[in-house]
Structure formats: C-alpha cells, structure tokens
Design a protein. Structure first.
Length: 238
C-alpha cells in the first residue's frame, strides 16, 4: 500500500479483511475487485503471516445470517386479528399505471444493465469478444520471462479489440526530484483504478540525472482511448 515493500499499513488492512474474505466475499464477489484479491493473497502467503494465521481459506459461498428477528415479527403480525374495514368505506382509487417505455428502449436498457453490480454496463463490456483476455495477459506478463510473455502477447494481440498508445509527459522540465517523479506515476495508476479491467500500461523514468523524462505505453480495450481514461485528472499532462 505504501511504496514497494510490505509495511504496517498492509498488515493492519490484511487483519481487518481476513474475516470478510473467509466468510462473505465469495468467488463471484471477489472477481469484481481483482487487484484487492491479488494483494490480499500476496500478503496471506508471506511466511511471517502464515506463521500466525496458519493460512486463510477464501470463502466459496457467502455465509447468510439467520433471519430470526424477521421471522418472529412475521409470526406476531400473523397472530394479530385483521381489523375489518367499515362497509361504508369507499375504495381508494388505484393509481394509474405509468406508461411503459417503448419496447426497443426497454430492451436496450436491459442489455446495458449489469444485474451483478446493479449498474449500467461499461460500454467496453459491450464490445465483441476478443481472443486476448486481459487478466490472462497480466498474469502471463507478471509470472513469465520477458521473451515468453512477449511471444504470448504478439500471438494473441487483437488489433480490432485493443489498441496501443504511447505517451510523453508534457512538463518534464519540472521533474527535478526522482522520488517526486516516481510518485506522480504512482498517482496516475491509482486514479486509473476504474480501468483495471480494460487497460494495461508500463511507465518509465528516463535520464540518470534531473530533469527526468516520463514515457509510457498503454494498451486499452477498444480502438480508441476510453472515456474513463480521459476523465483521469492526470490525462491532460500527457
């Protein structure tokens, strides 16, 4: 969480998430935040952590709370006799049903709605399926030698489903302190969290002395720069 090494912040947050990961965060839910799950598994596999936890078993099916209170209320409500309405009481007018949207609009809304998240689907999820799977590529890049991962990439790259972009920082003359230059890159990636399913990138700090130059290369889902990238605060700096 802080820098490249494990810190006390990682251990505090890991301890707070052990119970949720073991009881309620099932596989389906974990797939919605892959980066957090990857970080949690990394911390859990550390020898020092294993010595204390003896291993954390990730939840396969969320534990459901017993609806005891709700059941008791229901029983009490059923036990009470229903009060009869006076015969002279007039029936209330039933509200008129609202006009339904046109069939084509309704179908379009259903197609763009994600039942799992309860939100509209990202337009990038509606693109035709590509032979290049982003998560598979990221695992290959992280766990394989350079030559092997490069070979896999060019064998699976889909120019109709993805696009490659290069970037240069506009204000390199201001990069006079190395750690501050590094922090600006880290901040960019943090603000791009919403794109983790649709983007892969690598940034470089060039020059051995100040001013340091920042260059980068990104692969995005789709043939254009995604709208979610254009609203990142740092986007206009490149």
């Amino acid at each position: 969480l802080v820098g490249e090494a494990v810190t006390l912040a990682d251990l505090y947050l890991f301890a707070a998430l052990v119970e949720p990961f073991a009881t309620v965060l099932d596989r389906k839910l974990r797939d919605t935040f892959v980066n957090v799950t990857r970080w949690f598994s990394t911390i859990a596999s550390l020898p020092e952590v294993l010595a204390v936890t003896q291993g954390v078993t990730l939840c396969e099916e969320a534990s459901a709370a017993k609806p005891k209170v709700a059941a008791e209320k229901k029983e009490k409500a059923e036990a009470k006799p229903k009060a009869e309405k006076p015969a002279a009481e007039k029936k209330k007018e039933e509200p008129k049903p609202k006009p339904k949207p046109a069939k084509d609009e309704e179908e379009e809304e259903e197609e763009n709605f994600d039942e799992e998240t309860g939100k509209k689907k990202n337009p990038l999820d509606l693109l035709p399926k590509s032979k290049l799977d982003m998560e598979t590529w990221k695992r290959t890049y992280s766990n394989s030698p350079y030559a092997e991962s490069a070979k896999w990439f060019w064998e699976n790259y889909d120019p109709e489903g993805y696009s490659i972009w290069f970037c240069d920082y506009k204000y390199n003359d201001e990069n006079k302190v190395l750690f501050m230059t590094s922090n600006s890159i880290r901040g960019l990636f943090q603000r791009m969290e919403g794109l983790h399913k649709y983007a892969f990138g690598s940034m470089l700090i060039c020059n051995s002395t100040a001013p340091f130059a920042i260059k980068g290369c990104f692969m995005f889902r789709g043939t254009e720069i995604p709208p979610d990238m254009k609203i990142v605060d740092d986007y206009d700096y490149y």
